[in-house]
Design a protein. Structure first.
Length: 445
């Protein structure tokens, strides 16, 4: 087992001064016993790091065998968790596997990377196990993230098959932001398991979230939404709707009104989803218009406002929507837009006050500070973050503080730059090469 110096190095790399109380308890339970662990803690409290920090101390980085599987209900959480592990710089290899792209491509990655940890959705993990792309015999650890959501989404049969197919499984870690009725029997939790419950006893949403109602004179609430967003200036906001066609309609309207937005729903392909989320998370779009697909598994910091354009369909859905704001120690706001036929749901706890600033004098949407570039080369082309920074400073005429978040994928990269520098960068990099390689450089719209 690796020691405290190893963990401190990771925390320094992540720029985290110390673990919170929940994370400390999780580490003690996972490292200090040989039983299973169930971790219940609110959205945004740091559960991914809570299980990864102790887990990376227990896995063998010299082995080329998959030793841990992490089941997630959706591709976004699989990708996000994989990125967290990579950002830790702990020496372990990982990859994410999920539907919506060719399993053959993932098989090639598995052969190349030889991961010790694989993050993925149940169906895709079963597929790779059945085809022996992942060896089942070295897997000792199983993590089920958002296990309540996995069950809601009808994954019971797939998870049952997966768990039964792991002959060497020794320990399980289950995580959730809600207190599920029961843990399904097929998970086979050991009798000596540990429950770590950091869910507040009565607190439905964080006390750092202020609840508002905004009345719409019209049944169609688009005009009211526009005025509300105008009142926020350049603050980061998510507008939640219940249907993907409604997301597209509201998105089209806001774009026509001059807002810089991202859209997110289940009908988008993987590249579109990544583009849209990346633009929102790096400050290139102020507003994310989304279905409840965005209410879980997306760890995007500094979201100030949650807007319920459509009322949540359940209390659980409401809790997860509002959990996107006031993460860690931040404050946030939750807004219900109500027409004459709608009322605050009875399950909403706490005082909901009228929003006095909805009728703003602001007439033009605030532009985001950043914009996103797509660069058509990545890790497979030996391109690093440092190469991109150097290229944009030397060829694009940027200063280091005009460059934001950079994500380098296998075959392409995203980079956030100051919005007002976009035309300059596109002009000055046209036809230029990165490390002697000619590539596509274009804005992500």
């Amino acid at each position: 087992m690796k020691g405290g110096e190893f963990i401190q190095k990771i925390l320094n790399k992540l720029q985290i001064s110390e673990l919170n109380e929940m994370q400390q308890h999780a580490a003690e339970a996972i490292l200090g016993s040989d039983g299973d662990v169930v971790l219940l803690s609110p959205t945004g409290s740091g559960k991914t790091l809570a299980y990864l920090l102790p887990l990376v101390q227990l896995l063998d980085g010299t082995s080329d065998t998959v030793q841990a599987l992490v089941i997630t209900p959706g591709r976004e959480l699989a990708l996000q968790s994989d990125n967290v592990l990579k950002s830790m710089g702990c020496g372990l290899r990982s990859t994410a596997c999920y539907g919506g792209r060719a399993a053959m491509d993932e098989h090639k990655v598995l052969k190349e990377v030889k991961p010790q940890i694989v993050f993925g959705t149940p169906g895709r993990l079963n597929d790779h196990l059945d085809k022996e792309n992942i060896s089942r015999y070295g897997i000792r650890w199983l993590v089920i993230d958002e296990f309540d959501k996995c069950l809601e989404m009808g994954f019971q049969a797939e998870m049952q098959k997966l768990i039964k197919s792991l002959p060497g499984l020794q320990r399980r870690i289950l995580l959730s932001a809600t207190n599920a009725e029961e843990i399904p029997g097929f998970v086979n939790m050991s009798k000596k398991g540990t429950l770590i419950d950091f869910l507040p006893e009565e607190e439905q949403t964080s006390e750092r979230v202020t609840l508002y109602e905004v009345r719409s004179a019209d049944k169609d609430k688009l005009g009211t939404l526009k005025q509300l967003l105008l009142s926020f200036g350049d603050e980061s906001s998510i507008v939640f709707l219940n249907y993907r066609n409604a997301v597209e309609r509201v998105s089209d309207y806001l774009k026509e009104e001059g807002f810089t937005i991202s859209s997110f729903h289940g009908g988008l392909d993987q590249r579109q989803r990544e583009d849209q989320l990346y633009r929102f998370s790096n400050g290139s779009a102020n507003v994310l218009v989304a279905t409840d697909l965005a209410s879980r598994g997306l760890d995007i910091p500094n979201i100030q406002n949650i807007i319920h354009y459509h009322l949540p369909e359940s209390e659980d859905g409401y809790i997860h929507r509002v959990g996107r704001t006031a993460r860690w120690d931040a404050t946030g706001h939750s807004f219900f837009i109500l027409n004459s036929e709608e009322h605050i749901p009875t399950y909403v706890e706490g005082d909901v006050v009228p929003y006095a600033e909805a009728q703003t004098q602001q007439t033009e949407p605030a532009l985001p500070k950043m914009t996103t570039l797509y660069i058509g080369k990545g890790k497979k082309d030996k391109i690093s973050k440092g190469d991109i920074v150097g290229f944009l400073c030397k060829n694009g005429g940027l200063k280091a503080d005009e460059i934001g978040r950079i994500d380098v994928k296998d075959r392409y990269a995203y980079v956030a730059i100051k919005r007002e520098k976009l035309k300059q960068v596109l002009r000055q990099t046209q036809g230029e090469k990165i490390k002697g390689i000619r590539t596509v450089i274009e804005p992500v719209r």
